[in-house]
Design a protein around this ligand. Structure first.
Ligand code: NAP
Length: 272
């Protein structure tokens, strides 16, 4: 991780190093928010990126904004075949996969008593089943080489409960469970599997949550943002770069003995 402490108010450019030189890193949901910060951080350390998302234009902009030999793959990861296919395409184009970052996801709220089964299915498909399909497609190559790093972007919602987001919470708890199970299954195979569990991060997903609060409560956007920041004992939103730092550390050589861990990045909000 970078040694310099952050107070959440700065978005510094990553320093160029070669810690991941030549390593192939696939990041799902790489077009925006946390995934884009993760992609930038790996690229700054020499990695070869496979960027995945649904928006072809935005992904292409992201790919060209990064210096180096990177590729972009478009898929809706709620489609199991498409999720597996991007892994195959990425390996065919960029070589064996060293690091998989399962980041794509989306949170939406519905009171449980009125929850539509479509909402439940959608939350599980995008946040949990996508991780299953992408990881299952990637694991064979990692097992064959007896090396690999898998980092799942779960959430504090994978470690504790929150009202009105039961489906999202259930899906993220599933990601935490999957992380722990695979860590045990592959501990002797040179593969580590970990998760990071952020609190509210300053991204478009949180902006959508703020919009929902404004719409449903009549509060101002500033009040809604302050309310979310209050859930973090440090009284602020997490910056995407702070999540990226933790992902890079887990994927790096120094974290070789760390597996099955689900690290909260939430200013002390949850202490598992
Ligand atoms: P974001 O800014 O909304 O970005 C989400 C990314 O996921 C985008 O690149 C999006 O790309 C991609 N994506 C969404 N649905 C997809 C689908 N069906 N198929 C393929 N790609 C899809 O969100 P974020 O805040 O960075 O969140 C990233 C991850 O962190 C999610 O798993 C989220 O649950 C988790 N997380 C977020 C927070 C937070 O407060 N923001 C807190 C804890 C955990 P396209 O739309 O272009 O496809």
């Amino acid at each position: 991780m970078t040694a310099q402490p952050r107070d959440g108010t700065q978005t510094e450019q990553p320093r160029m190093t070669t810690a991941f030189a030549g390593r192939h890193v696939l990041v799902t949901g790489a077009s925006r928010g946390i995934g884009w910060a993760v992609a930038r951080a790996f690229a700054a350390q020499g990695a070869i990126l496979s960027l995945c998302g649904r928006d072809a234009n935005l992904l292409e902009q992201r790919r060209t904004a990064l210096a180096g030999r990177h590729a972009a793959f478009v898929a809706d990861l709620t489609d199991p075949a498409a999720a597996a296919r991007i892994v195959e395409l990425a390996i065919a184009a960029q070589g064996p996969l060293d690091v998989l970052v399962n980041n794509a996801g989306y949170g939406a709220s519905q009171p449980f008593a009125k929850m539509a089964s479509e909402h439940w299915d959608q939350m599980l498909a995008v946040n949990l089943s996508s991780v299953f399909h992408v990881t299952r497609a990637a694991i064979g190559g990692m097992l064959a080489r007896k090396q690999g790093r898998i980092v799942n972007i779960a959430s504090t919602a994978g470690l504790t409960g929150y009202a009105y987001v039961a489906a999202y919470v259930a899906a993220k708890h599933g990601v935490v469970g999957l992380t722990r199970a695979l860590a045990r299954e592959y501990a002797s195979q040179g593969i580590t599997v970990n998760a990071v569990c952020p609190g509210y991060v300053d991204t478009e997903m949180t902006a959508a949550t703020i919009d929902t609060i404004v719409r449903k409560t009549g509060r101002s956007a500033e009040e809604a943002r302050a309310e979310l920041a209050k859930s973090n004992p440090q009284g602020r939103l997490i910056q995407p770069e702070e999540v990226a730092d933790a992902v890079l550390w887990l994927a790096g050589d120094a974290a070789g003995s760390v597996t099955g861990q689900c690290i909260a990045i939430a200013g002390g909000e949850v202490m598992p």
